[in-house]
Design a binder for this molecule. Structure first.
Ligand code: PLP
Length: 383
C-alpha cells in the first residue's frame, strides 16, 4: 500500500533530533527553525520530556482514559497556573482542528445559535466545521455549515460592527487566531480584539481565540491575545502543547456549565499525552522560555529588518513572518540545500515563516541570519 499523497515533502529522512538539530540518514546536521509547523516548543528530545514519557510508559504503565485520571487534573492545574486562567476548565482532545470543532460546538450549545464569524486568511484546521471556518471556497464543507459562516476582512472593526448589526442575534461565536499563522503571520490590532470582545458580549455570542499555533509561549506571553489584554470565552490549544505528541485542548470560561455527554473523545487526554504536556509546561517554567521567546524574537526581528529584499518583518516573540518582494520558495530551498536550515512558508507565498523551538539560542539565530543575508545579498548583486 502507498501513502495517500497529499503533502509536498522534502527528500530528507530525519533519523535523530536534539534541541534544534536534526540529522538525516547520511549524517548531515540541519538547523530546524520550523519545528513541524510550530509543534516543537521545548526542543526535540528534551531530556526532561523524554524521561517523563519514558517513566510513564515503563514505570507506571499506559491506560485508556475511561477511568479517573489524576494526571488530567494535574495538567489542568498547571496549565491554569502558567497561562493565567486558573478559573477556566480544560477539555482535552487530540489536535487543533478537534479543539476548534469542540469550541464551535460548545458555543452553539451555549447560545442555541448557529452562525459564526471568522476572518479572511484564517486557518482553523481540517474537520468539517473547522474547514468551513477556514476557507470560503472549501468544496468539502457541507452546505448547511458554510451558510452559517460569515467571512470578514481581518483587523477591520467597522466591518465587524456592521456584521453584528445584521447577524448579531443569530451569532453563536466569533473565532480568531491569536496571530494568523498559515495566512502569513498577521497580528490582530489590540483595538480590533477589544472590539471583538465587546461586540460578542453585547450580542451574547462567544469569543473563541484559536491559539493552536500562537499559544504556549510562542508570542512571548503564554497566549498571544494576552498582548491585547482581552479575555476570551474559549481558547483552543494544540501544536506546542505536546512538543510533538498529539494533544489538544479547549480552555473554557467558568460561565459555561458542563453536562455529561456534552463533549467526548476516545483518546483525548490519555496518560502519555498528559505526561508529554506536563513535561512541556515544566520546561517552559523552569527554563523561562517565555522570556527567551521575547528576547530572541526581538533579536531576530531587529536583525532581519532592513535586509536587502525584505519588505516587512511581522511577528511577536518566536512567531516571525519575513515578507519578501518575491515568492520565498527558492530562498527556502537554498536555505535547506546549501545551508541545512529548515524554514516554513505561508499561504501568502512571499512570506517565509520562522517558528523555532522556544529554546533557540543566539548562535542558532546567528547561523540563520548569516545564511539568509548571504542569499539575499547574492540576489541583489545578481539583479
Ligand atoms: N488552528 C491553527 C491556527 C493552526 O495553525 C492549525 C494547524 O496548522 C490548526 C488550527 C489545526 O491543527 P491540527 O493540524 O492539529 O488539527
Amino acid at each position: 500500500m502507498n501513502l495517500f499523497d497529499v503533502y509536498p515533502l522534502f527528500d530528507i529522512e530525519p533519523v535523530r533530533a536534539a534541541g534544534l538539530s536534526v540529522w538525516d540518514k547520511e549524517g548531515r546536521k540541519y538547523l530546524d527553525l520550523y519545528g513541524g509547523h510550530a509543534v516543537i516548543s521545548i526542543g526535540h528530545s528534551h531530556p526532561h520530556y523524554v524521561k517523563r514519557i519514558a517513566r510513564q510508559l515503563y514505570d507506571i504503565g499506559f491506560y485508556s482514559n475511561a477511568v479517573q485520571m489524576p494526571m488530567q487534573q494535574e495538567l489542568a492545574e498547571k496549565l491554569g497556573q502558567l497561562s493565567g486562567y486558573p478559573d477556566y476548565s480544560l477539555f482535552l482532545c487530540n489536535s487543533g482542528a478537534e479543539a476548534n470543532e469542540n469550541a464551535l460546538k460548545l458555543a452553539s450549545f451555549q447560545t442555541g445559535r448557529k452562525k459564526v464569524i471568522t476572518f479572511k486568511s484564517s486557518f482553523h484546521g481540517r474537520t468539517s466545521a473547522a474547514v468551513a471556518a477556514t476557507d470560503d471556497t472549501a468544496i468539502i464543507a457541507p452546505i448547511n455549515e458554510t451558510e452559517n459562516i460569515i467571512f470578514l476582512p481581518f483587523n477591520d472593526a467597522p466591518a465587524f460592527e456592521k456584521a453584528l448589526q445584521e447577524y448579531g442575534q443569530e451569532l453563536a461565536a466569533v473565532i480568531v487566531e491569536g496571530i494568523q499563522g498559515v495566512g502569513g503571520v498577521n497580528i490582530p490590532e489590540p483595538d480590533f480584539l477589544k472590539a471583538l470582545e465587546a461586540g460578542c458580549k453585547r450580542v451574547g455570542a462567544l469569543l473563541i481565540l484559536d491559539e493552536v499555533q500562537s499559544g504556549y509561549g510562542r508570542s512571548g506571553k503564554f497566549f498571544a491575545h494576552q498582548h491585547a489584554g482581552i479575555k476570551p470565552d474559549l481558547i483552543t490549544v494544540a501544536k506546542g502543547m505536546g512538543n510533538g505528541f498529539p494533544v489538544g485542548g479547549v480552555l473554557i470560561s467558568p460561565e459555561i456549565d458542563a453536562r455529561h455527554g456534552m463533549l467526548g473523545t476516545t483518546f483525548g487526554g490519555n496518560y502519555l499525552a498528559c505526561a508529554a504536556s506536563l513535561a512541556v509546561l515544566e520546561v517552559i517554567e523552569n527554563e523561562e522560555l517565555l522570556e527567551n521567546a521575547t528576547i530572541m524574537g526581538h533579536y531576530l526581528k531587529e536583525k532581519l529588518q532592513g535586509m536587502p529584499g525584505v519588505k516587512e518583518v511581522r511577528g511577536q516573540g518566536l512567531m516571525i513572518g519575513i515578507e519578501l518582494y518575491e515568492p520565498c520558495a527558492a530562498i527556502r530551498k537554498e536555505l535547506l540545500n546549501e545551508y541545512c536550515i529548515f524554514t516554513g512558508s505561508s499561504s501568502n507565498k512571499n512570506t517565509l515563516r520562522l517558528l523555532p523551538s522556544l529554546t533557540v539560542s543566539k548562535s542558532e539565530a546567528d547561523q540563520f541570519l548569516k545564511a539568509f543575508s548571504s542569499i539575499l545579498s547574492k540576489k541583489v548583486l545578481a539583479s
